[in-house]
Design a protein around this ligand. Structure first.
Ligand code: NAP
Length: 492
């Protein structure tokens, strides 16, 4: 269950499936067979004896699907980036695992697999269903904005889609110097930053990712507070985090850092509702959104100029980072950090949370991040979601390629649809990427069905067509002979 690519390092622990279909009883024949199997055993293969029928049943779903997805991804021409997520690396692995196999091999899997056609259909349906979910929601939002007059005024203010998208795509983002915000800091102009080794961090948005980060912060001995619209008191207590269901109460605790872990789509609304006046004059705002220019512009637009701004993206999540963060990329952009020594120290102390866990710290601008992520993030999540709909199951003889498919599903399955929809809305070329995926899949189907059609035509009409062609040729030949003869003129 391996090939030149998946086993280029070694065959150790890879499956070797066999069935002794007919081995004579004589000692020499038995020994010959054992010697042959010994070749694979001595390389460390996992030897699995099963009937060919059983093999085909198990491999039917996994093999053909792996090659199909690998081929579609190959057509997209994916490229490695300096900030690959684990999910995206599984896509690249998959392409590498399958792209060197010939089309004949793939076509063979298609022809000799009873359920191949059904699988192509299921993949098609899953992709369609996902697109419908995305477009359905888009349609709903746009309709609401266009026709729902009662709601219109409200949606202009509330909707994070409209305002957010506008500011994310606008290259003329408002600079913080241009913005005046009603601002009260009576009695809070201390400017002092508490002991940085402890660093009081307030997580705003205590959902999936907020809690995931809180675990590590608490383990490191930081003082962690949390606020969310949902009541997470119990979850917070288990993590040793103080939970607040009112943003005023949270801010009056004077955290040094406000860490925004809200969904992309709700960030604007949440940020605007924060009672900044209750915070210390010197507070560091950090976000972890999976898109970067959008929160950067929001922060610059809405935060008082005295606040520091650090935009970050931990390129991992509860699944890919469950066994530690070592070597996982952490992207950050010090958008606005005051020169004051204590402010610089506070920012570094926050970054140290991730550096200490072994993250690969990558400093790049929000624009650069979005440029790299545009070609990788949305595709990864889309593929993961399409495959999730197929409910793939592990088999006792998984190939490495199939394992990467399963890993991809595992990596994205825990993420909310809200997160995926946020990526769709704020990835500038998301529509184009959906189209490219669609086109790649359609081309692959055309290749398969075109060849199938050719074979069938040949079988059905091969002989008669040959006969027709011969007849046609001879008619043409005779015709030509006739037309060139003087009699033909007479006949015509
Ligand atoms: P998510 O669905 O993107 O966000 C869930 C969070 O947003 C919850 O805290 C939720 O609060 C809050 N929220 C949603 N709608 C809200 C609204 N209308 N008003 C107020 N709060 C609202 O899932 P997530 O995985 O937790 O991600 C959080 C952020 O981290 C996102 O920006 C995401 O891009 C980023 N991120 C996630 C990952 C990951 O692997 N999951 C990795 C890197 C970065 P309640 O729970 O209180 O409703």
């Amino acid at each position: 269950m391996f090939g030149p690519q998946s086993a280029k390092q070694s065959w150790k622990d890879l499956f070797f499936v066999y069935e002794k279909v007919r081995i004579g009883n004589e000692f020499s024949r038995v020994q010959r067979c054992e010697q042959f199997l010994g070749i694979f055993q001595s390389e460390g293969c996992k030897m699995v004896e099963m009937s060919c029928q059983e093999h085909d049943k198990l491999a039917a779903g996994s093999q053909f699907m792996t090659h199909t997805v690998g081929r579609v991804l190959d057509m997209l021409g994916l490229e490695s980036t300096p900030i690959n997520t684990k999910g995206y690396e599984t896509l690249l692995d998959l392409v590498e695992n399958t792209c060197r196999d010939s089309f004949d091999l793939y076509y063979g899997l298609f022809l000799y697999n009873k359920s191949a056609l059904e699988m192509v259909e299921r993949l098609d349906l899953a992709f369609d269903a996902l697109r419908n979910e995305l477009f359905g929601r888009l349609h709903h939002v746009v309709r609401k904005q266009l026709f729902d007059n009662g709601e219109k005024v409200k949606s202009v203010h509330d909707s994070s889609y409209q305002n957010g998208a506008a500011s994310a795509f606008s290259s003329n983002a408002l600079r913080y110097q241009d913005v005046t915000i009603p601002y009260e800091f009576k009695g809070k102009i201390s400017g002092s930053v508490d002991d940085n080794s402890k660093l009081k961090v307030a997580i705003v948005g205590f959902g999936n990712f907020g809690q995931f980060l809180a675990k590590t912060l608490a383990r490191q001995g930081r003082s962690v507070l949390a606020y969310s619209r949902t009541d997470y008191r119990d979850a917070a207590q288990k993590l040793g985090v103080s939970f607040f269901s009112d943003a005023n109460d949270l801010c009056e605790e004077h955290p040094e850092v406000i860490l925004l872990c809200t969904s992309i789509l709700s960030t604007e609304k949440v940020l605007k509702s924060m009672p900044f006046q209750r915070l210390k004059r010197s507070t560091l705002f950090v976000d972890v959104l999976s898109v970067k220019e959008f929160p950067r512009n929001l922060f610059l637009q809405h935060l008082p100029p005295e606040f520091d701004i650090l935009c970050t993206h931990p390129m991992f999540g509860p699944e890919s980072g469950k066994n530690g963060w070592n070597e996982l990329p952490f992207v950050f952009d010090k958008v606005r950090i005051g020169n004051d020594e204590r402010r610089v120290a506070r920012c570094n102390s926050f970054l140290d949370i991730f550096a200490r866990e072994g993250c690969r710290m990558v400093e790049m601008t929000c624009a650069e991040h979005d440029w790299h992520a545009a070609g990788s993030q949305f595709i990864t999540h889309t593929m993961g979601r399409v495959l999730e709909k197929l409910q793939l199951e592990s088999t006792p003889i998984n190939t490495k390629g199939y394992e990467t498919l399963l890993k991809l599903v595992e990596n994205t399955a825990g993420d909310s649809f809200e997160l995926y929809y946020g990526l769709f809305m704020y990835t500038v070329n998301a529509m184009e990427q959906l189209e490219r995926m669609d086109f790649a899949f359609e081309s692959l189907k055309k290749q398969l069905f075109g060849r199938l059609h050719g074979v069938l035509r040949k079988e059905l009409f091969g002989d008669s067509e040959k006969l027709e062609v011969l007849q046609e040729k001879s008619v043409r030949k005779n015709g030509a002979a006739l037309s060139s003869s003087p009699e033909s003129v007479k006949i015509s």
